[in-house]
Design a binder for this molecule. Structure first.
Ligand SMILES: *Cc1c(COP(=O)(O)O)cnc(C)c1O
Length: 390
C-alpha cells in the first residue's frame, strides 16, 4: 500500500508541514463531511437529525471506527469530550478499583494536563524520571498513569513490559496514547492494560478541538461507576429521571451533548484511516525520522538531538535542543513556509507523517536549518516575539 497521499489533504501549496503530531492537517474528506453534515443534516433535518441522521450514536460509531487504530475490540472505545476530561474519568475509574490505594505514579515526561489531573484526584502523586518507572513499581502504588510517547522527546515506553510488571504488583494501568495513535502500531487489548485514552486532533486529523477517546478493558466496564457523569451517559436519558442510572457498557463514559460538527470532521478524516496498515505506517514514520536525523548529523552537527537515535525507541516526531530554538522556528515558519513547533525551554520539534511528508521535503528542511544556522538569520528581533500559542 502506498501511504504517501498528499492529494487527500487540503494543504496550502508550497508549505512543508511537520506538525501533524500537534494538529493534524485538514483532509479533503473531513472538509466535505463537515459541509454535508452542516447543510444536509443540521440545515435540512434540524432537531430531527438526532434520529434521522443518528447523531445520537456518533460517539460510539466513531469509537468503533478508531478501535483498530489502538488495537481495541468492538464496542470498547467511546469518543467524546476533550482528553483532559477523559484523563479525569480514567483516573477516577482506575482509583476506584485499585487494590493498592489512591497513590498515582507517573513520570516527568508526562504531559502537564495528565499530571494536574492526577494531583487533583489522587491522594498522592509520585513523579520519577521516565527511565526510573520500572524500578519504582511497588505495592504502595495504586495507579500508573503514563503517556506512551513523550510529547517532547518522542521516547516510547514499553507498554507491554511495564503493564505486566505493574499488574504483577496489583497496580492499575492507564495509558495515554495522545502521541501514539495514528503513528505507531498499537495493541491495547494484547497489553491487557485496564484503561487507555487519547486524542484525535493530532495524528488522526480530527481537527482543532476534536473529541478524545477512552477505552476500558472489556471485563471491567460493567463495574465502572464514573463520577463525572451527565444525562447523555444515563441508561435512559429521555426519561429525564431525577436520579442517575449508568448506561450500558461504554455508554457510561458519555457526559453531555456530543459536538456533532466536530465529530463530522473526525468522521471524514477517519475515511483515510479505515484501511491503514499500522505496521507499515510505523515503519515509514520512523524511517522519515531517521532520514531527518541523518541529514541533521551531516549538515547541522551543532544542534543536539534530544529524541532517541534508535528509531524503535521513538514515536513519530524528532526534537532537537537549541538555545535560540524559538527564534529559529519562527524564522522557518515566517520566512520559509516550514511549520514545526517549539516546546519550552529550548526544543525544536518536528512531526513526520508518511501520508504527506516526503524525504525531499525533509532534505529541504535540513538545508534550510543549516543555512539559518550559518547566516544567523534567526536573530531578527521579530522572531523573538512570543505568541500566546507556541
Ligand atoms: C495533547 C495532549 C493533551 C491535551 O489535552 P486536551 O484536553 O485535548 O487539551 C493531554 N495529554 C496528552 C498526553 C497530550 O499529548
Amino acid at each position: 500500500m502506498n501511504l504517501y497521499m498528499p492529494a487527500a489533504f487540503d494543504l496550502p501549496s508550497g508549505l512543508s508541514y511537520f506538525n501533524g503530531n500537534s494538529l493534524g492537517p485538514l483532509t479533503k474528506r473531513a472538509k466535505a463531511r463537515v459541509g454535508e453534515v452542516t447543510a444536509q443534516e443540521w440545515g435540512a433535518h434540524l432537531i430531527r437529525a438526532w434520529n434521522t441522521c443518528d447523531w445520537m450514536s456518533m460517539p460510539a460509531r466513531l469509537g468503533d471506527r478508531l478501535a483498530h487504530l489502538i488495537g481495541a475490540g468492538e464496542s470498547t472505545v467511546m469518543v467524546g469530550d476533550t482528553l483532559t476530561l477523559k484523563v479525569y474519568q480514567a483516573l477516577d475509574a482506575a482509583l476506584a478499583i485499585a487494590p493498592n490505594g489512591r497513590t498515582v505514579l507517573s513520570d516527568t515526561g508526562n504531559f502537564p494536563t495528565d499530571l494536574y489531573a492526577a494531583k487533583q484526584v489522587a491522594d498522592a502523586l509520585i513523579l520519577v524520571e521516565p527511565e526510573a518507572i520500572m524500578d519504582r513499581l511497588s505495592k504502595d502504588i495504586g495507579v500508573l498513569l503514563l503517556t506512551h510517547v513523550d510529547y517532547r522527546t518522542a521516547r516510547v515506553h514499553d507498554m507491554k513490559q511495564i503493564t505486566r510488571a505493574a499488574q504483577d504488583r496489583g497496580i492499575i494501568c492507564i495509558w495515554d496514547l495522545a502521541h501514539s495513535a495514528g503513528t505507531l502500531s498499537l495493541d491495547i487489548d494484547q497489553s491487557r492494560a485496564e484503561f487507555a485514552i487519547g486524542c484525535t486532533y493530532k495524528y488522526l486529523n480530527g481537527g482543532p478541538g476534536a473529541p478524545a477517546f477512552i477505552y476500558a478493558r472489556p471485563d471491567l466496564i460493567a463495574d465502572i461507576n464514573p463520577r463525572l457523569v451527565g444525562w447523555m451517559g444515563h441508561a435512559t436519558p429521555f426519561d429525564f429521571d431525577l436520579s442517575y442510572a449508568c448506561g450500558q457498557g461504554r455508554e457510561r463514559w458519555r457526559i453531555g451533548t456530543p459536538p456533532v460538527l466536530q465529530m463530522a470532521a473526525l468522521d471524514g478524516a477517519l475515511d483515510l484511516w479505515d484501511q491503514m496498515d499500522l505496521d507499515q505506517l510505523e515503519t515509514e514514520a520512523r524511517a522519515l525520522g531517521d532520514h531527518f536525523i541523518a541529514g541533521m548529523d551531516a549538515l547541522c552537527p551543532g544542534l543536539s538531538l534530544v529524541s532517541p537515535r534508535l528509531s524503535q525507541a521513538r514515536g513519530g516526531h524528532v526534537s532537537y535542543a537549541f538555545d535560540q530554538g524559538y527564534a529559529l522556528m519562527q524564522a522557518l515558519i515566517q520566512d520559509h513556509q516550514i511549520i514545526g513547533d517549539f516546546r519550552a525551554p529550548d526544543r525544536l520539534r518536528f512531526g513526520f507523517s508518511p501520508l504527506y511528508n516526503s524525504k525531499k521535503q525533509i532534505d529541504h528542511l535540513v538545508e534550510t536549518i543549516a543555512s539559518l544556522l550559518k547566516t544567523k538569520a534567526y536573530e531578527k528581533p521579530e522572531y523573538a516575539l512570543k505568541s500566546r500559542v507556541t
